[in-house]
Ligand binder design. Structure first.
Ligand code: SAH
Length: 355
């Protein structure tokens, strides 16, 4: 049987545990420094701890309960890990490098229950939520791929799963990073992407931290959005925008709207005008995402010309737009693809690396 994950404990909980062992609470920060700062996972090697405490740690906890089931390296420097959890489930996480940024993309659930039509993660449905420790474990594993003096600079919660459907574990995991002994990664460097769950967006705002919020809009009207993002039927765009506006008012953080551009599905000039009308006047930013092709899913990138025309309409209306750079296209880049392949679904491998 696997021992409990040490990183399922918050800093306070670990300090309490130390006290329960008859130790000073500051020992918690020493332990955390070894794990996060010095990348050590063997309790015996934590030489500034009393021997008795090291033994108790080793008897009661483990730093990693997972194993790396696959490790892919892209020609652009992107690395992707398929992590097998203690119960045999798999999740994916990614390290991307650009200039002086080292951004990681992490998962919050095994699979996903949202069922977006173009997404590989949802194809097998939702298995379960990850614990806070399992979320931290991905971060530690990716951090340890970096050279000694390099650190993770940014986190995007855009891997498998719907982060706001597992908000308490996610917040516990992210909070621990910025506490003493952690990785020193503040909320401003973290972006949480959601399908758009209004009550959960409000709950995130109430956490009182300047996280960046990204809302996966993908369509400018409810009829189309409900086709592409089926959970929209019970939510509706207006309710999502209202919650996102409140998020901005409370946190002062400009909201990003993600829009996967799908040829002939949501990329007409009519949709561009509708999208601009929806977001004009809001403190918003649009991030257009090139479709990561997933075989068997009938969606494709639009032609460059058509995408340019779409962007022009939106920008002329005064809404700033960026196009997400494609990363790791040669290594099952879209979240969920590697896991699908591993699960024995060869018909669902990515079609190609697109330019
Ligand atoms: N559940 C969250 C996180 C999902 S992943 C959410 O819905 O936002 C982050 C982004 O990648 C989302 O905008 C998602 O819609 C998008 N995405 C999913 N599959 C994709 C694909 N095949 N190509 C491009 N983007 C995709």
């Amino acid at each position: 049987m696997t021992l409990p994950l040490l990183c399922d404990l918050s800093r306070d909980e670990l300090a309490n545990w130390c006290q329960a062992q008859g130790e000073q609470p500051y020992r918690a920060d020493q332990i955390r420094k070894w794990i996060f700062g010095k990348r050590v996972s063997d309790f015996e090697a934590m030489t500034d701890l009393p021997a008795g405490l090291r033994t108790k740690l080793a008897e009661q906890f483990t730093v990693f309960s997972s194993r790396v089931a696959a490790h892919q390296r892209s020609s652009d420097g992107t690395q992707k890990l398929l992590i097998e959890l203690a119960d045999g489930e798999n999740v994916e996480c990614v390290l991307m490098r650009e200039d002086d940024r080292r951004t990681i993309c992490i998962s919050t659930q095994v699979g996903c229950g949202m069922g977006c039509m173009f997404c590989a993660s949802g194809l097998l449905g939702l298995s379960r939520n990850l614990s806070a420790g399992e979320i931290v474990e991905q971060i530690l594993r990716l951090d340890r791929l970096l050279p000694a003096l390099e650190r993770i600079t940014n986190i995007v919660v855009m891997g498998m799963g719907e982060p706001l459907a597992n908000l308490s574990s996610l917040l516990k995991a992210l909070t621990t990073l910025d506490e003493k002994g952690g990785l020193g990664l503040s909320a401003r460097r973290i972006t949480i992407s959601t399908v758009g769950l209004p009550e959960k967006i409000r709950e995130l705002a109430r956490a009182g931290k300047p996280y960046n919020l990204a809302v996966s809009l993908h369509a400018p009207n409810d009829a189309l959005r409900s086709e592409l993002v089926p959970v929209n039927r019970n939510i509706g765009i207006e309710a999502i925008l209202a919650a996102a506006d409140e998020f901005f008012e409370q946190t002062g953080r400009r909201v990003t709207y993600e829009y996967v551009v799908l040829a002939e599905r949501n990329d007409s000039l009519k949709e561009a005008r509708e999208l601009a009308a929806l977001l004009r006047g809001r403190n918003a930013h649009i991030n257009l995402i090139p479709m990561n092709a997933v075989c068997e899913l009938p969606f494709h990138d639009p032609a460059a010309e058509r995408l340019r025309a779409f962007i022009e309409v939106v920008e002329q209306a005064g809404v700033t737009t960026t196009v997400r750079k494609r990363k790791g296209a040669d290594i099952d880049a879209a979240c969920g693809q590697l896991r699908l392949r591993h699960a024995g679904a060869p018909q669902l491998v990515p079609i190609q690396a697109m330019s």
